[in-house]
Design a protein around this ligand. Structure first.
Ligand code: UD1
Length: 349
């Protein structure tokens, strides 16, 4: 079996780690890893390879940042060259970032079987670039591996033509593998992460969010590893005066970040994956969004959607007083990557 796995941006790395580990255990499998280079800062990329023992990419496309069309088109051209050197049986993509879409399109155009891990998730919010990426990738995938039942239902509704499997969550495989390596972080605090264009690229929205976070931080310590996009926006809109109580730090490595989350009282985020990680760890999560493509985190996990900033402080107070959800069984057992690799082997036999 010849397979090419693709990563590009930060959330891809914890998802690919257990898949690479399982694929590398298979004797008759030639596995190659392509990094598109969508994320390139040490903390956004290389540090994850080190923390999670992901093998060095066989190909680094170095596409970098840029407008979406540029990023996608460049990735496609460079990825096609890699594929033409040695045509694989499968191309495997994870998640919903631009790297995922670009390489999925190349697989389809070159007639190579496409595997999508974390398929079927839908926010039904077409203004999110990731939502369009998800819908497009799923519509051309041959194998669709899902983390929750809602994803399977969405794929049925969309009449996706690929084979669909509920296998659990590869990102949680990584968390399970690394739980013993997480360190205790002292103190009572909340963790913040924010990077969605809808929250950070609009000056009024970002100002509202910062004012609320700063209010909260005046009585509850907040640690915020700031995403490069968000940092640029705070600078561009000159909003530093609204951050004086917040402990703003550089992006953290995987183990450092998960250690901080695991020891925290609550998390405030607009990330997708963090809603799942906090749910798994039974840490309350306030998601600054109108919707989530991961509804299991609302019904069985610890996640709350908070779009109206006037409610954020109230929600934090509830959580601190102990009025909060607790995780019920999410069905994520740490063996998803094993299941995926076994299915691909039997399909290729
Ligand atoms: C991308 C994904 C998003 C994911 C997020 C996690 C898409 C459409 N979006 O968004 O789904 O949740 O990654 O971070 O694929 N930058 C750096 N250094 C880096 C990487 C980026 O400075 O290593 C800067 C870039 O200059 C750019 C900004 O951060 O201005 C955003 O990077 P980009 O890759 O466009 O998207 P993200 O917002 O990170």
């Amino acid at each position: 079996m010849k397979i090419i796995c693709v990563v590009g941006a930060r959330p891809n790395f914890p998802k690919i780690a257990p898949i690479m580990k399982q694929l590398n255990k298979v004797d008759d499998c030639q596995v190659k890893l392509v990094h598109t280079g969508q994320h390139y800062d040490y903390e956004m990329s290389q540090s994850f390879f080190e923390d999670l023992d992901i093998p060095c990419p066989d190909f680094f496309l170095n596409v970098g940042s840029g407008e979406h069309v540029d990023q996608i088109a460049n990735t496609m051209l460079l990825f096609e060259k890699v594929i033409k050197r040695d045509i694989p049986d499968f191309i495997l993509v994870v998640g919903d970032v631009n790297a995922t879409l670009s390489c999925a399109l190349v697989a389809n155009k070159m007639g190579i079987k496409l595997v999508h891990v974390e398929a079927g998730l839908r926010s039904f919010d077409r203004d999110m670039p990731e939502e369009i990426n998800r819908v497009l990738v799923d519509s051309i995938s041959d194998y669709l591996f899902c983390t929750e039942q809602s994803a399977i239902d969405n794929l049925i509704d969309e009449r996706a033509h690929g084979k669909t499997y509920l296998v659990g969550n590869v990102m949680i495989d990584t968390l399970v593998d690394n739980l013993h390596r997480l360190k205790n972080v002292d103190g009572e605090y909340g963790v913040v992460t924010l990077h969605r264009p809808s929250n950070v690229e609009n000056k009024h929205r970002l100002t509202d969010i910062l004012i609320e976070l700063n209010n909260i931080a005046s009585s509850h310590k907040l640690i915020w590893p700031v995403h490069p996009r968000t940092k640029k926006c705070i600078e561009k809109f000159s909003l530093h005066q609204y951050t004086n109580y917040i402990d703003m730090v550089d992006p953290m490595t995987y183990l450092n970040f998960m250690s901080h989350v695991n020891s925290s009282k609550f998390v405030i985020t607009d990330s997708g994956g963090i809603q799942e990680e906090t749910s798994y760890l039974n840490i309350p999560c306030l998601t600054i969004r109108e919707n989530t493509e991961r509804p299991i985190t609302l019904s069985y996990g610890t996640n709350y959607l908070v779009q109206d900033m006037s409610r954020l402080q109230i929600m934090v107070n509830h959580i601190i007083s102990g009025d909060r959800k607790h995780t019920i069984n999410l069905g994520w057992d740490g063996n998803s990557a094993k299941k995926i690799v076994n299915i691909l082997r039997s399909e290729n036999a």
